[in-house]
Design a protein around this ligand. Structure first.
Ligand SMILES: CC(C)(COP(=O)(O)OP(=O)(O)OC[C@H]1O[C@@H](n2cnc3c(N)ncnc32)[C@H](O)[C@@H]1OP(=O)(O)O)[C@@H](O)C(=O)NCCC(=O)NCCS
Length: 156
């Protein structure tokens, strides 16, 4: 008889001193990755940054910022070889739980209009397109628009 082995997934705070560890994932996930300096600037009291490990190995992260009752997801990445297996959804749900825990009312994020997997993930979690930021991102063709997506959270 075979039994399924459940892999250990952990989502824990990403610390400033660990930011260099996420750079290989950042660099392999984005055609125009953020620099170490840029990511390092996103660690202070208002940032909620988490990493995901699988069997102790770093496989993904997200970075979010809380301002008053609004939270913005600045980055979310899963190692390319492990994408499409549900890890991104787990990370995104953690982001939503973190927002609920802080009684956040409005969630925001920006995404390349060509990024179909990410857009599907966000739409399946209740996000809608609220607008377009023209030529927001660099791209192989010059510039690419960003979709500004938002979702509201409600409480009893
Ligand atoms: C976006 C990202 C974090 C999603 O992580 P993932 O582990 O691949 O996603 P999951 O396997 O958990 O899938 C979650 C949902 O994403 C969508 N999705 C994932 N891969 C998809 C694909 N190839 N095509 C369309 N939708 C896809 C689906 O809606 C899926 O939900 P479902 O399985 O219930 O249908 C990951 O693709 C990634 O790191 N991309 C590169 C970095 C990036 O673009 N980040 C977003 C910046 S805004």
């Amino acid at each position: 008889m075979t039994s399924a082995v459940k892999k250990t997934i952990e989502i824990t705070p990403l610390l400033l001193e660990e930011v260099d560890l996420i750079m290989p994932i950042e660099n392999s996930c984005h055609a125009y990755p953020s620099s170490l300096k840029n990511l390092s600037s996103s660690f202070s009291k208002r940032y909620y940054n988490f990493k995901m490990t699988l069997e102790g190995k770093l496989i993904g992260f997200y970075m979010a910022e809380l301002v008053l009752d609004e939270m913005t997801l600045h980055n979310i990445c899963v190692s390319p070889s492990l994408q499409g297996k549900g890890y991104g959804k787990k990370l995104f749900e953690h982001f939503l739980d973190s927002a609920r825990a802080h009684k956040v009312v409005q969630l925001w994020l920006e995404v390349r209009e060509s990024n179909a997997p990410a857009i599907a993930l966000y739409q399946n979690s209740g996000f809608d397109v609220a607008g377009t930021r023209r030529d927001y991102y660099p791209s192989a063709k010059g510039r690419e628009d960003a979709l500004l997506m938002g979702s509201m959270l409600f409480y009893d």
